[in-house]
Ligand binder design. Sequence first.
Ligand code: MGD
Ligand code: MGD
Ligand code: MO
Length: 818
Amino acid sequence: MTSTDRIAEPWGTRTPYGPGEDWPVRTDSFLADGVEEGQVDRWVQSATLLHSNGDALDIAVKDGRIVGVRGRAEDRVNHGRLGPKDLYGWQANASSDRLTRPLVRRGGTLVETTWDDAMDRVVANTRRLLAEQGGSAIGFYTSGQLFLEEYYTLGVVAHAGIGTNHVDGNTRLCTATAAEALKESFGSDGQPGSYTDVDHADVIALFGHNMAETQSVLWTRVLDRLAGPHPPAVLCVDPRATPVARAATVHLAPRPGTNLALMNGLLHEIVAHGWVDQEYVDRHTIGYADLLRTVQEYPPERVARICDVPVADLRAAARLLGTAERLLSTVLQGFYQAHQATAASVQVNNLHLLRGMLGRPGCGLLQMNGQPTAENTRECGADGDLAGFRNWSNKQHVDELARVWNVDPMSIPHYTAPTHAMQIMRYAEQGSVRMLWVQATNPAVSLPELERIRAILAQDRLFLVVQDIFLSETAQLADVVLPAATWGEKTGTFTNADRTVHLSEKAIEPPGEARPDLEIFLDFARRMDLRDKDGGPLVRWHDPESAFEAWKECSRGRPCDYTGLTYDRLRGSGVQWPCTEEHPEGTERLYADGRFWSRGDECETYGRDLATGAPLDATEYAALNPDGRAMLKPADYVEPHEVPGSRYPLQLVTGRTLYHFHTRTKTARAPQLQAAAPDVWVEVSAHDADALGLAEGDLAEVTTPRGAVRARVRVSGVRPGVLFVPFHYGYWDVEDDDGGRHRAANELTMTAWDPCSKQPLFKTAAARVRKLADADGAPAPAPSTASASVVPGVPPTAGGPAALAEERLPGARAGSAS
Ligand SMILES: Nc1nc2c(c(=O)[nH]1)N[C@H]1C(S)=C(S)[C@@H](COP(=O)(O)OP(=O)(O)OC[C@H]3O[C@@H](n4cnc5c(=O)[nH]c(N)nc54)[C@H](O)[C@@H]3O)O[C@H]1N2
Ligand SMILES: Nc1nc2c(c(=O)[nH]1)N[C@H]1C(S)=C(S)[C@@H](COP(=O)(O)OP(=O)(O)OC[C@H]3O[C@@H](n4cnc5c(=O)[nH]c(N)nc54)[C@H](O)[C@@H]3O)O[C@H]1N2
Ligand SMILES: [Mo]
């Protein structure tokens, strides 16, 4: 065993391997100070929850408390490895400020109450609003961080029980574009690729994805390939000097908001050089001629001007993609949180279709997920879509779902597309949504234009229910707060970005009266006395395993078929769906046979016009794609909503750092993680810092037309003309003159979204920055990852003795000293 400071060395020790070889095992663990592995009472199977990678781990339990975690060597996803958030993040569970009793607002303040009182209020308001206005008065805003069983139950309750179309998740901010891009190209959601594609690829391309910081164990796999024989070439498309960019063979740092132009330029070169797999295109796709017409307009010189990248780099990137034998691509928020999100992400699908790079080892396409369980939100229809990737505008699909739920098809709202989260907020603002039930998400920090969001959530006329584990910024605005149990305290399954399903078992009791989210939903259904069409209970299950069994029936015959899985089967390694009687081992890659879920009677959607988002109907779709092929859909580039001008001369992008998760309710309560990135910062390029008289550590103010944020200046490798602010810092943990309301990146972002996926734009806004005060002798509180200072002498981030974690390398004996 080796002890490593995993704050300083987030990816740990290299275990190099070559193409087609198995990724070696390396077992990572971190236990509370003074606890030895031999003293642990029990190890309880689970997987990581602070990103979408689904790294399997065991939770160490001693005296009824969580005392640490250890990666599961036998799991297909991580082969034992864990990242920094996984190693240290579990400490938040035991935080002394967990919510332990329900709260209700009395005379303006939140006071403790009983479950009966809290739930009675929720039920009374639901009944009153149903009587006065019907289901459209009630909205549900859920998460990508609950378990499959919870989403499925919520979906049934909200759609068939309450009968509202206003159901969405924070997945709208996260992977709505992944889902939409997959639907547009392949007819249905469902991730084509597999993480094992890293083992085989000769080119790995990351589009707007800082994998090193956001799926750090997957990046470890890439690093191990890079350290081994015949390493893959890496293409990075990101305006910042991320760790991915530093490892890249070619790094394109485009002007933010120009992804579609860039992709069209790359496809132009692929076509012009004859790098198209014409046989694949002819047999399996439609739309080639249209695509050709569009990309013809994007020669490299034009694209280089739009994106402001060197034309030679653009050509080099196209050559990598065009000559790859096994191309693995990943796409994430640099593409998804932008104004032409779906259109740009679809071009990555087009790249794989043109090159015939699907369904073979190494030829992977990962329209990534971000949150641990976002995949399940989508599958179960807790994002508003119909459960099992069913098409709300296809009567047969609605009828089928109604049969599974034993309800009248008319009781499942499907008269129009499900209301997306930003529209639910708009209805709440206008007053037609009068009750909003928020679970496991913190919109008062994570939605754009926070001043507006706070005003909406704080309205007297809106009955706000918040189900959380801490008194988040959102919970502080609630009328009723329901204390939830979380990971480690409840059982359930969840599915990662490569369709691997993991079981996470309860390890310890939740604190106080906190209850699993599933129990809260079941209790609500019982108290509401929700019934099916024969008068039986609408929700016929009573615990996680029976909920899973019910979901299996709903998934039967659909792309995300879980019928071959059981809880018992998941004790061991995770398994990739579809998993059926015919494919009991699960399915590594989708579309290996060139068959897509895109026939009119199968597809999840009839698709949209990529430019306007206008939906197609069944007839138009049938004419477009009669044989159920993959669809090559082109789109023209248009400028972002806000472009720099004289008042706001810069572009602001927001995003993440390695050590924090979202609004930090968990990671700020893990001392090693909080110390690594204790406060907000703004990244400025050396060029702009010079021009604006800013230096490392100065206090600055970033302003957009929506608001202002005060942050220390980090002079980083970000593209000139671009500012970066992490969105992790809300105000629950600051006490100052304005309650910390100058810290959140979303004070700056705008109310606007992609026309197809309805995903908000977090990555392009016009901004300016000015100095407020000189540095007080210290550098900015920013870590040395993508945010590393380019100023000499700024020390790299380290965790010290408190952050020493163990690594057990191949060949090392358990328990032996290093
Ligand atoms: N450490 C950590 N890991 C996480 C999370 C976390 O909070 N912290 N959250 C999880 C979740 S929910 C998600 S969704 C994922 C997100 O994971 P990522 O998408 O990797 O993270 P982001 O930092 O949001 O954005 C990625 C990159 O997009 C770049 N970018 C900005 N604008 C543009 C543009 O116009 N074009 C291009 N090509 N790139 C651009 C940014 O510079 C940034 O480096 O991470 C997951 N993993
Ligand atoms: N500016 C900007 N804004 C962004 C982004 C960006 O890149 N830039 N990214 C967007 C993306 S991709 C995402 S995913 C969102 C994330 O945004 P949020 O979902 O708002 O962020 P979290 O902090 O993860 O909020 C989860 C909440 O659930 C609570 N919680 C944790 N576990 C449980 C549980 O088991 N049960 C219950 N009931 N509650 C629980 C936590 O305490 C926390 O309050 O932010 C989006 N906003
Ligand atoms: Mo996300």
